[in-house]
Design a protein around this ligand. Structure first.
Ligand code: NAD
Ligand code: DAU
Length: 353
C-alpha cells in the first residue's frame, strides 16, 4: 500500500509526510516541483527512509503523473501542491492559474484514467483527497456565524479564486465521473517549516534580525489559526473515515486579530531570546493594507468532530510556543530559505508599502 502526495516538500505537505510516516507508516511517493516554496531540507530526517520516494516534477506533467500512478499504484492521492501565498497572487496571478487550476485539472484527468482501470474493489477503496482552504468562502462580518461546509463560495483574491476553481473541478470529477473524492477546507496553519513570507514566520525572523514587523492596515483582520500537525491529523481522519464526495472544514477554534498574533510572538521572543535593545513590539510598523484584504475568517469545525471525532490537540498557546522555539533552534533552515529569490520577494512586496 502506498499513497501519492503532491506538494510534499512545502510547509503543510512536509509536515503531513513526517506525521504520516510517524503514525501510519505507509510508504509515500512525494511529487513536488520544488518551486521557491518547496524545500527538501524539511524532509532531511527521511533521507535514508525507504518509505519516502521523492520525485521532482510538475502536477501538470501528464506523462510523468501517468507513469508514477502506473508504477506505484497508490491507493490514494493527497493533493497539497499549489501556489499558496495571497500577496504573490496579487503581484502575479498567472502561476496560480497554471498550477492551482490547470495543474489540478491535469492531475484529476491522470488520476481518473488510472482509477477507471482499477479492479472494482480497488476502485471503491481509492481516494482523491483535495487539500483546500477556508479562503474560498470569502470574508465574514464581525459576529457572523463561522463558515460551515454549506457556506456559499465567495473567493476574493486571485489565490482564493484559483483554489475555489480547483474545488469545483474536484466536485465535478466526482459528480460526473464518480471519482471517489474528499475535500478539506482548512484555516490558517502555523508551525515548523513555515516559509517566512507568511505572517507568523515573517514576524519571527524579522524580529530576530531587528527589522520592522509589517502589519497590514490596522491589524484587526481576524484569522483562525491551527497548528500544522493538527491539520495533518485531520487529513488522516478524513482519508480514513470521511464520506466520499463530502467536504470537511478544519479549523483551530482559535480566532485572533493579526495585531494580537504579532504581540504574542513578540512576547514569546522577549521571554525566550530577549533583545538588549528593548521589547520586540517596538518594531511593529503598520504598512499599506493588502488590496481586497479579507477582514475575517472563522471555521465551524463541528462536522469533522461529529462524524470523525477529530479536534485539534494543540491550543494556540502550546502551538505558538513550540513554533517560536523551533525557529530559534533552526537558524540554518531560516538562513537557507532566505536566498536571493526571497530577498527579491521582500523588496517587491514591501518596498512600496
Ligand atoms: P507551500 O507554498 O508551502 O507549498 C506548496 C508546495 O507545492 C511546494 O513544495 C511547491 O514546490 C509545490 N508545488 C507548487 N507548484 C507545483 C506544481 N505545479 N507541481 C508540483 N508541485 C508544486 O504551501 P502550503 O502552505 O504547504 O499549502 C499546501 C496546500 O494547503 C495548498 O494547497 C494550500 O492552498 C492549502 N492550504 C494552506 C493553508 C496554510 O495556512 N498554509 C491553509 C489551508 C489550506
Ligand atoms: O486561511 C487559509 C490561508 O492562510 C491559506 O489558504 C493560504 O495558503 C495561507 O497563505 C494563509 O493565507 P493568509 O493570507 O491568511 O496568510 P498570511 O500569513 O499571508 O497573512 C495572515 C494575515 O496577516 C493576513 O490577514 C495578512 C496579514 N499580514 C501578512 C503578511 C505577510 C500582515 O499583516 N503582514 C504581512 O507582512
Amino acid at each position: 500500500m502506498t499513497v501519492l502526495v503532491t506538494g510534499g516538500a512545502g510547509f503543510i505537505g512536509s509536515n503531513f509526510i513526517l506525521d504520516w510516516l510517524e503514525t501510519v507508516g505507509e510508504p509515500v511517493v512525494n511529487l513536488d516541483a520544488l518551486t521557491y516554496a518547496g524545500n527538501l531540507q524539511n524532509l532531511a530526517s527521511l533521507q535514508s527512509d525507504a518509505r519516502h520516494v521523492f520525485v521532482q516534477g510538475d502536477i501538470g506533467d501528464r506523462g510523468l503523473v501517468d507513469r508514477l500512478l502506473a508504477e506505484h499504484r497508490p491507493r490514494a492521492v493527497l493533493h497539497f501542491a499549489a501556489e499558496s501565498h495571497v500577496d504573490r497572487s496579487i503581484h502575479g496571478p498567472g502561476e496560480f492559474m497554471r498550477t492551482n487550476v490547470m495543474g489540478s485539472f491535469h492531475l484529476l484527468e491522470a488520476v481518473r484514467s488510472h482509477w477507471a482501470a482499477l479492479a472494482p474493489d480497488e476502485r471503491s477503496a481509492f481516494r482523491f483527497h483535495h487539500v483546500s482552504t477556508d479562503e474560498v468562502y470569502g470574508s465574514l462580518q464581525p459576529g457572523a456565524p463561522a463558515f460551515a461546509e454549506t457556506h456559499p463560495y465567495e473567493p476574493n483574491s486571485p489565490y482564493s479564486a484559483s483554489k475555489a476553481a480547483s474545488d469545483h473541478l474536484v466536485r465535478a470529477w466526482h459528480h460526473t465521473y464518480g471519482l471517489p473524492v474528499v475535500t478539506t477546507n482548512c484555516s490558517n496553519n502555523y508551525g515548523p517549516y513555515h516559509f517566512p513570507e507568511k505572517l507568523i514566520p515573517l514576524i519571527i525572523v524579522n524580529a530576530l534580525a531587528g527589522k520592522a514587523l509589517p502589519v497590514y492596515g490596522d491589524g484587526q483582520q481576524v484569522r483562525d489559526w491551527l497548528y500544522v500537525r493538527d491539520h495533518a491529523s485531520a487529513i488522516r481522519a478524513v482519508l480514513a473515515g470521511g464520506r466520499v464526495g463530502e467536504t470537511y472544514n478544519i479549523g483551530g477554534w482559535n480566532e485572533m486579530a493579526n495585531i494580537d498574533i504579532v504581540h504574542t510572538v513578540c512576547a514569546l521572543l522577549d521571554e525566550l531570546r530577549p533583545d538588549p535593545a528593548g521589547p520586540y513590539r517596538r518594531l511593529v510598523t503598520h504598512v499599506t493594507d493588502r488590496p481586497g484584504h479579507d477582514r475575517r475568517y472563522a471555521i465551524d469545525a463541528r462536522k469533522i468532530e461529529r462524524e470523525l471525532g477529530w479536534r485539534p490537540a494543540e491550543t494556540f498557546d502550546s502551538g505558538i510556543r513550540k513554533t517560536v522555539q523551533w525557529y530559534l533552534d533552526h537558524p540554518d533552515w531560516v538562513a537557507n530559505v532566505q536566498s536571493g529569490g526571497y530577498r527579491d520577494w521582500l523588496s517587491a512586496n514591501y518596498s512600496a508599502r
